[in-house]
Design a protein. Structure first.
Lengths: 313, 440
């Protein structure tokens, strides 16, 4: 019974090792597509970072047509004003940052001098200096989190191991990490292009959280590989590296999927039912978690085997 | 057998404590407790504290111009600024306003680019014009002396004002505002009046001259009067504002945000819905996949949620949409440790160990993986919290606390409960209950 299980398990994970090139290709294609779309479409930066104003209104009785409002809005001297319908009865107005007087003028124009009664559901005006400051903070946070995680990886792999040297584990862990971040960013580019998503503070938080969530999975699997290598090294000198990796993968398989699945389940709930303000955030994290699990099973370990094979040549 | 009893008692104590904490969470929430109005103050004071994006309100960021302040005194004058603004807001009766100073200091100038900011949160105030008016009307009081062409500033400002009082002129019955300076201000005033006998001294309020009396003699007692320019109501307002303090440094509004109450309510409803559904999905998965241990994990997950909610109330943590997201994610991560343990237990069982031994060994061997898989999340949460704006802080705080609390709930609590089930023995039923997935 036990042997059968192991044999069967081996077949599962060996399947991954054997077809590693297919799984690697999937990752490479997705990463390349993400990078291309990033350069072709670019990311739309929201007012959090570049400054500007966002006014959201809902009309009580009837919403004036866009064509009616637009000419007046453009002539207010607020720069170019972007008018987007939202829901059945509302508009979102994007403009440069507004002072109190300009804000009042904007509201009066939207209500057509009081003819169309409206409620302002949210107003957000951010000066350019606040945006610059937030950008600076975001960059520092990204650098710090990346450094801290690299340090953590270095610490986790401080002991030298046979077959594949320590720093290679670290290097591959970082490659997987990039993979896990780049694909959700690619998705965001698409969301940005077709659904008007904009890079805001939550986008940065999402990227950083993906970094934190996805690295742990890879490290736990690598830990297992090292543990098994050390065990086997005691038994006999000659061991097949890819087999050890396969065994370790098998041991981590269910765990890896289970832990990712629970987080993906809550993230999906957040995406489908949660507040509007965190929808894109949840979707990005869901993608990040999914590819985080994918990469630790189908990318990181096969890469290790590949590196070992190249080393032998 | 006595050991067994100990464990059962321990498990019961945890359940009772958790129920108690849960009772507190329930009692202190107006939406859940229909009798909330009649509850004791302790419960009433521990409602969830909702951030502006959930409760509706205004969020304002001011930049303080500290160029005129000696570098050693910047943080003092920023604190003074905060106190003044706080007093001014309290005058208008806003409930639970939050006024914070950001920036200043060496460490943060590296991040903030040295900008000194004042952040003002006004829950419930959704009229941004009214809000800025309330704060922005700066009774900047200045004393100027005759220069060659125009009045020139002196060192004497509202900063040295000890108190202002409303009085009525004995002869004309007109309202007048009397200004009493503190010791230093009195000295300055004495000097100014001494040097300017026969000349005009202008009293400026908010940059406009409101009174230009001619100095007859040196005034040593530090008492000045402004008269002839107001109705009694105006004079009264001015006195109120002068007493609540003139701003020690000029401020400019650089960012403002208003969130309507409906939008906030919808976000809360959606957040609660997502949390409940997220929890149910995870619970369903745990029970279907991990059977008896899964059920135990669900119980510890409930305890985890109760503890977290109680912490939110007791600290209190200001909940935002991002904070709720952090909490929801922490529910997903909280069972991580359990999954690691259960998988290890299964492995130990496969090695031929009894259920009891497998559970014991599984717990001790899974620890390193648990530690490793949580470190990176704690790192991220710490950095986000340290660097964060209020939005990010909310997320980092709930996520970080979630990871830490989950270590307790998923390891300690689960272990105690599981050990109670030791009596199921080592038979086929027991092995089935402790197995997982599709295996029989």
């Amino acid at each position: 019974m036990r042997d059968f299980y192991l044999a069967q398990g081996y077949q599962n994970s060996m399947f991954i090792i054997k077809h590693k090139k297919i799984f690697l290709s999937v990752s490479i294609v997705l990463v390349v597509l993400s990078i291309i779309s990033l350069f072709v479409f670019g990311l739309k930066v929201g007012i959090d970072f570049k400054g500007g104003a966002l006014t959201e209104v809902v009309y009580t009785e009837s919403r004036p047509a866009q064509e009616v409002l637009d000419p007046t809005l453009q002539s207010l001297g607020l720069g170019s004003v972007l008018l987007q319908p939202t829901g059945e009865m509302g508009y979102i107005v994007k403009s440069r940052d507004l002072n109190d007087a300009e804000h009042a003028v904007l509201l009066r124009t939207l209500s057509m001098d009081g003819k169309n009664v409206l409620t302002e559901t949210s107003f957000n005006s951010i000066g350019p200096s606040v945006g610059r400051e937030l950008t600076r903070k975001a960059i520092i946070a990204i650098v710090l989190v990346s450094l801290a995680i690299i340090c953590f990886i270095a610490f986790a792999f401080r002991k030298v191991s046979k077959h594949v040297s320590s720093w290679r584990y670290g290097f591959i862990a970082i490659v997987t990490l990039l993979h896990d971040v780049i694909i959700p960013v690619g998705l965001f580019v698409i969301l940005s292009q077709y659904f008007g998503a904009e890079v805001d503070t939550l986008f940065v938080v999402a990227v950083l959280t993906i970094l934190g969530l996805s690295v742990s999975d890879t490290i736990v699997i690598f830990d297992r590989i090292r543990e098994n290598l050390n065990h086997q090294a005691e038994d006999r000198e000659k061991i097949v590296f890819s087999e050890v990796v396969g065994k370790s993968l098998e041991q981590s398989f269910v765990r890896s999927i289970s832990t990712s699945l629970t987080v993906i389940l809550v993230l999906l709930a957040l995406f489908l039912f949660g507040p509007i303000s965190t929808k894109y955030f949840a979707l990005m994290l869901t993608t990040g978690m999914f590819f985080g699990a994918y990469s630790s099973l189908f990318l990181a370990s096969p890469l290790l085997v590949l590196v070992e094979e190249w080393q032998k040549k | 057998m006595r050991k067994m009893w100990k464990k059962i008692v321990l498990a019961l104590i945890i359940l009772i404590l958790a129920t108690g904490v849960g009772f507190f969470v329930f009692k202190s929430e107006s939406k859940l407790n229909s009798n909330f109005e009649n509850e004791r103050a302790f419960f009433k004071n521990h409602s969830f504290r909702l951030g502006l994006d959930l409760s509706g309100g205004s969020h304002l960021i001011y930049k303080a111009d500290v160029s005129g302040v000696p570098s050693g005194q910047v943080s003092d004058s920023m604190d003074a600024l905060r106190d003044v603004i706080e007093r001014r807001i309290n005058l208008f009766g806003v409930s639970e306003p939050v006024v914070q100073v950001q920036g200043g200091g060496l460490s943060s100038s590296f991040i903030l680019g040295g900008e000194n900011q004042l952040i003002v949160d006004l829950p419930g105030i959704t009229d941004v014009e009214k809000a800025t008016e309330m704060i922005g009307q700066t009774p900047l009081l200045e004393f100027k002396i005759e220069g060659e062409e125009e009045f020139v500033s002196t060192e004497l400002t509202g900063r040295y004002l000890e108190k202002a009082t409303l009085e009525f002129d004995v002869n004309t019955r007109e309202p007048q505002v009397s200004l009493q300076f503190d010791a230093e201000g009195a000295k300055l005033f004495a000097q100014i009046t001494k040097e300017n006998v026969g000349k005009m001294v202008a009293i400026y309020l908010d940059g406009a001259a409101i009174s230009t009396p001619v100095v007859r003699e040196e005034i040593k007692d530090g008492l000045a009067f402004i008269s002839g320019y107001f109705t009694p109501t105006e004079a009264k307002t001015l006195v109120g504002r002068l007493n609540s303090g003139a701003l020690p440094v000029p401020i400019t509004l650089i960012s403002k945000q208003t969130i309507g109450a409906t939008l906030g309510e919808n976000a809360v409803a959606a957040g609660v819905k997502a949390t409940v559904i997220g929890f149910l999905l995870v619970a369903l998965f745990l029970i279907l996949w991990y059977r008896l241990p899964g059920l135990v994990a669900v119980v510890s997950l409930c305890i985890f949620i109760i503890i977290m909610l109680a912490i939110f109330k007791l600290i209190p943590v200001t909940l935002t949409a991002a904070g709720i997201a952090g909490f929801i994610i922490s529910i997903g991560i909280a069972v991580d440790a359990n999954v690691l343990i259960f998988e290890r237990v299964k492995e130990e069982m496969r090695l031929g160990k009894s259920v009891k031994d497998a559970v014991t060994d599984g717990f001790s061997r899974a620890w390193f993986s648990i530690r490793d898989s949580n470190i990176s999340n704690v790192i991220t949460a710490l950095i986000l919290f340290w660097f964060g704006t209020s939005l990010i802080k909310g997320f980092a705080l709930t996520l970080g606390m979630g990871v830490l609390v989950s270590l307790f709930s998923a390891i300690t609590v689960t272990r105690i409960f599981l050990s109670v089930f030791n009596f199921v023995g080592n038979g086929r039923v027991a092995r089935f209950l402790f197995s997982s997935g599709l295996s029989k």
